[in-house]
Design a protein around this ligand. Structure first.
Ligand code: NAD
Length: 495
């Protein structure tokens, strides 16, 4: 049994709490490891090490910090294949998808190599006579990231690259379901020359998270996960005086207008709904078919489903792997049953698919004639289930999306540039795709949803990430000639 330990002070550190959690290989269903679950005392010990390391790291020159980021980027690129294998072994997604996750995470390391430029402040000469005003960006100190199971490398990379480049010490609490990618990243940071203690991993569950949220030496918490926990993290973290950004769940709608290129729309819907078994916060989970596109679109999607190859993520033939756990698979299957009972048309039923005998596999489901009052529409299912809602007009499609609780990503498929532009103007969601089903922004923009998909006011990575992991200081400075001063009790004015 593989024992998965914490990473504190630049080395693996065995847990002392006496509590561990099981880690599975979802493709076989067998337990592959045991992860240490930190107590509050262990979190405090890790934060103390991080605090000391962070104090030295904030003094490292910008060029030194950039050099570590460049080296980290090179190592990550060199060892991307190995990291993808680690991801697949605990998450289950197919290797090509895991490699895609690493490639998108790598972009964040590339962005962070530009930290000398990103940390620049502003300078105003002669703001008042003989007075200059300038701003400085400084790191916050110790910052924490709490991350979900579905992107065990990419989401930590969204956070730690910018946080560390900006001069913070970063404490990662990864998902306890697939914790080994975090340790892989820790070794890369060490090999890249990052001083010990600047990158820390504490594994754990609610106990460790609560210890992070209450710890007085942690200045900021960046969270990605489900909406109820995101809300809890935001409320608890801010109540403890921390800066918090908490990204939550999603229900992403893909609108297909009658003039859309049908095959392209069907390909996109299938890819974005079932990739990674639907366990993506940017997965398309609802197709909104407008007008008479509905029948041919549902037929085109359905025709593609029998060709999907479901199997172990390590098999190069597989396009879709298992779900993360037996419990999650059963929960998703339960939604299919509830959809059928509520009156949705079951076009394809993942519960009866021909699947590998072992592991947490579920086939793909397509539900047509879904209505907003059904659970399958209202809830984030986070599995290989695609719902089709039929509407008659663009206005109805827009209303559906804007009334939805979530506002992470959305997409429109059309050949009408004017309609697409209107959609981008009208829709209440943080990330919009035009003929692009999964519009995850490139690293030099920022990632984030609206409504119940994000609590806080900055998005993740990119310029917002730099903003989140730094604070500004504004200096007003004067170098008067000796003998020119006088007492003046009035409020300072610019003259
Ligand atoms: P989750 O909310 O169960 O867990 C996320 C993190 O919170 C984990 O580190 C976990 O240990 C911790 N946690 C879980 N329960 C907790 C509790 N009661 N108290 C304190 N901490 C707790 O999410 P998950 O199942 O790991 O990930 C899937 C979810 O993440 C989906 O809802 C998905 O949409 C969302 N997600 C969102 C984005 C985004 O960018 N908006 C990206 C990826 C995933």
């Amino acid at each position: 049994m593989n024992r998965i330990a914490h990473w504190i002070g630049g080395a693996e550190t065995a847990g002392t709490s006496g509590r561990v959690g099981p880690v599975y290989n979802p493709a076989s269903g067998e337990q592959s490891g045991e992860v240490d679950l930190a107590s509050a005392a262990e979190v405090a010990a890790a934060v103390a090490v991080a605090k000391e390391a962070g104090q030295a790291w904030r003094s490292a020159s910008l060029s030194r910090r950039a050099a570590v980021l460049f080296k980290f980027r090179e190592l990550l690129a060199e060892r991307a294949g190995e990291l993808a294998e680690v991801i697949t072994s605990e998450h289950g997604k197919v290797l090509s998808d895991a490699a895609g996750e690493v490639a998108r995470g790598l972009e964040n390391a590339e962005f962070a190599t530009g930290i000398p430029h990103l940390m620049k402040g502003a300078y105003s000469e002669q703001a008042a006579t003989g007075v200059d005003v300038y701003s400085i960006r400084q790191p916050l100190g110790v910052v924490a990231g709490i991350t979900p199971f579905n992107f065990p490398a990419m989401v930590p990379l969204w956070m730690c690259t910018t946080a560390i480049a900006a001069g913070n010490a970063f404490v990662l609490k990864p998902s306890e379901k697939d914790p080994s990618s975090a340790l892989f990243l820790a070794r890369l940071w060490r090999d890249a020359g990052l001083p010990d203690g600047v990158f820390t991993v504490v594994h754990g569950d609610k106990e460790a998270v609560d210890a992070i949220l209450a710890h007085p030496d942690i200045a900021a918490v960046s969270f990605v996960g489900s909406t109820p926990i995101a809300k809890y993290i935001y409320e608890t973290g801010t109540a403890h005086g921390k800066r918090v950004q908490a990204l939550g769940g999603a229900k992403n709608h893909m609108v297909v207008l009658p003039d859309a290129e049908l095959d392209a729309a069907a390909d996109a819907a299938v890819s974005a709904a079932y990739g990674s078994a639907g366990e993506r916060c940017m997965a398309v989970s609802v197709v909104v078919a407008v007008g008479d596109v509905a029948d041919p679109l549902v037929d085109a999607i359905a025709a593609r489903l029998p060709k999907l190859r479901i199997g172990a993520g390590t098999d190069p033939e597989s396009q879709m792997g298992p779900l993360i756990s037996a419990a999650h698979r059963d929960k998703v299957a339960g939604y299919v049953s509830r959809g059928a009972t509520a009156g949705a048309t079951v076009v394809a039923d993942g519960r009866v698919a021909d699947l590998p005998a072992d592991g947490f596999f579920l086939g793909v489901t397509l539900l047509d004639n879904v209505t907003p009052d059904m659970d399958v529409y209202a809830d984030e299912i986070f599995g290989p289930v695609l719902c089709v809602v039929r509407v008659q007009t663009y206005a109805e499609a827009l209303e559906l999306i804007n009334d939805n609780e979530y506002g992470n990503g959305t997409a429109i498929f059309t050949r009408d540039g004017g309609a697409a532009r209107q959609f981008q103007f009208d829709v209440n969601a943080g990330m919009v795709g035009v003929n692009v089903p999964i519009p995850v922004p490139v690293a030099y923009y920022s990632f984030g949803g609206w409504k119940a998909s994000l609590f806080g006011d900055t998005h993740m990575y990119g310029p917002d990430g730099v903003h989140f992991f730094t604070r500004t200081k504004v200096v007003t400075s004067r170098w008067p000639d000796p003998g020119t001063s006088s007492v003046d009790l009035g409020f300072p004015q610019t003259r």
